[in-house]
Write a protein that binds this ligand. Structure first.
Ligand code: NAP
Length: 408
């Protein structure tokens, strides 16, 4: 942490509150993971800054929530944001709100008609992670403001710059002051103050399970509405009759895209024993071709380092990647946090590597013998975010998919 009186050699971000950029007394250094060097300073917001942002959002709420859905559309700034999915999020929620239908139940014997209406709740507290920063942040902002809520958002301190740039676009696009506020800082200070604020009745959070538990505890005394999107330890079940070439090509992407730092990434691959060796050979060869290096080089797919020491300590065989393949990096990236696509075998299902979300380019491959076993092992974690079933047998695909406990 550093004081703002020091010479400003880096980009210094400001909070966005009530339509104004407001400087913060203290800052946190933000590091470029590809070089390990500080590249900007992010406000270290606390209760005072959160208080100001919630007050601005509260003040903006009556007017914003009374506008018609058409008047709340914010596509103008979405068009200028250079990330298609972020623009898509805003367009999608702006238009989906125009086509909502509500349920009603008729109770003729009592002469009653019950119907449901959807109302904005008030000030929504939005907390997003770093791995797809603008996409996940807009995925929260767009539905909240489209429904008539005003928001105070706290992006991950590690990826605050794009959110800060988006505030500039929102100001330029004429989003009314106070409707969208951005408070930068750490989760333990700014995030915690936002979650615990009595005037924030709704919290939407995307991030890790451990943080979600803390947020749930903090909100419980206030009975807040909570939306939690958490981690995954996603299995792929590969049956012997799958098209292996297609399966390998797709599974390499689903495992290592964005350095494996997507909540939906495949991290456990169970392969029917009769094709296990063939799959493993092809998969390791394809993983080796997954290039790791400077993120500015468009030929590279992997950027940021995670950890694999845990796997080694649990007795894994490392087929490629960390400690096996040498990483050629440009000199300026020598201090960066890099890890090549890493494939492990020989880890027990109960081991930490198989049970915990590593959130990096690390995948475990293991053989199975029966459909029953594949389902049981696929379900054998406390996560249930996503899963994939590979087979040419449509009946089997549907049967197995139904038994897999995963949201997607
Ligand atoms: P994280 O450590 O839980 O942090 C997520 C956000 O919560 C950050 O903005 C963080 O701030 C903030 N935070 C931390 N402690 C807090 C507290 N006590 N009170 C309030 N806010 C707090 O998660 P992450 O490492 O950034 O993200 C990776 C995780 O997100 C993985 O588990 C991944 O699977 C999951 N994820 C899930 C989805 C999904 O849709 N299901 C999508 C993407 C990612 P700081 O960063 O400033 O500490």
């Amino acid at each position: 942490m550093s004081s703002s009186s020091e010479p400003q050699t880096h980009l210094v971000l400001e909070n966005y509150i009530g339509g104004k950029f407001v400087p913060c007394r203290d800052h946190i250094d933000s590091h470029d993971p590809s070089t390990g060097l500080v590249y900007c300073r992010v406000p270290d917001s606390g209760e005072e800054e959160v208080e100001a942002a919630v007050a601005a959002a509260k003040e903006a709420f009556p007017d914003w929530s009374n506008r018609s859905p058409e008047q709340r559309k914010t596509v103008v700034f979405a068009r200028t944001v250079d990330i298609p999915r972020s623009a898509h999020n805003l367009r999608f929620f702006a238009s989906s709100l125009l086509h909502q239908t509500n349920d009603s139940t008729q109770m003729d014997h009592m002469g009653c008609l019950n119907y449901t209406i959807r109302c904005p709740v008030g000030v929504a507290g939005l907390i997003s992670p770093w791995n797809l920063p603008l996409y996940l942040l807009t995925w929260k902002i767009a539905p909240a403001v489209a429904a008539g809520n005003t928001v105070v958002a706290k992006p991950s301190e590690m990826t605050s710059v794009t959110a800060w740039m988006m505030c500039k676009l929102m100001k330029e696009a004429g989003v009314p002051p106070g409707v969208i506020n951005m408070v930068f800082g750490s989760g333990s200070r700014a995030g915690d103050a936002l979650v615990g604020h009595p005037d924030v009745p709704l919290v939407s959070f995307t991030g890790s399970t451990a943080t979600a538990q803390r947020i749930t505890e903090r909100s419980a005394p206030h009975c807040k509405k909570l939306s939690l999107e958490l981690g995954g330890k996603n299995p792929a079940l590969v049956f012997a009759d799958a098209d292996l070439d297609q399966c390998v090509a797709t599974t390499v992407r689903s495992s290592f895209s964005n350095q494996g730092e997507i909540c939906l990434c495949t991290s456990r691959i169970y392969v029917e024993r009769s094709v296990y060796s063939e799959f493993l050979d092809k998969f390791v060869a394809a993983a080796r071709k997954w290039k790791t290096g400077a993120p500015s080089d468009p030929g590279n797919c992997n950027g940021v380092r995670s950890f694999v020491a845990l796997a080694r300590s649990e007795g894994a065989t490392v087929h490629c990647g960390e400690g096996v393949d040498r990483l050629e990096l440009p000199e300026r990236n020598a201090g960066g946090y890099f890890l090549p696509a890493t494939v492990l075998t020989g880890v027990a299902d109960a081991s930490r590597v198989m049970q915990e979300e590593i959130f990096g380019p690390v995948v475990c491959v293991s053989p199975f013998d029966t459909e029953e076993e594949a389902v049981a092992r696929g379900n054998g974690v406390r996560y249930g975010l996503a899963a994939v079933v590979w087979s040419r047998d449509v009946g089997k695909v549907h049967r197995v998919a139904r038994r897999i406990q995963a949201g997607m």
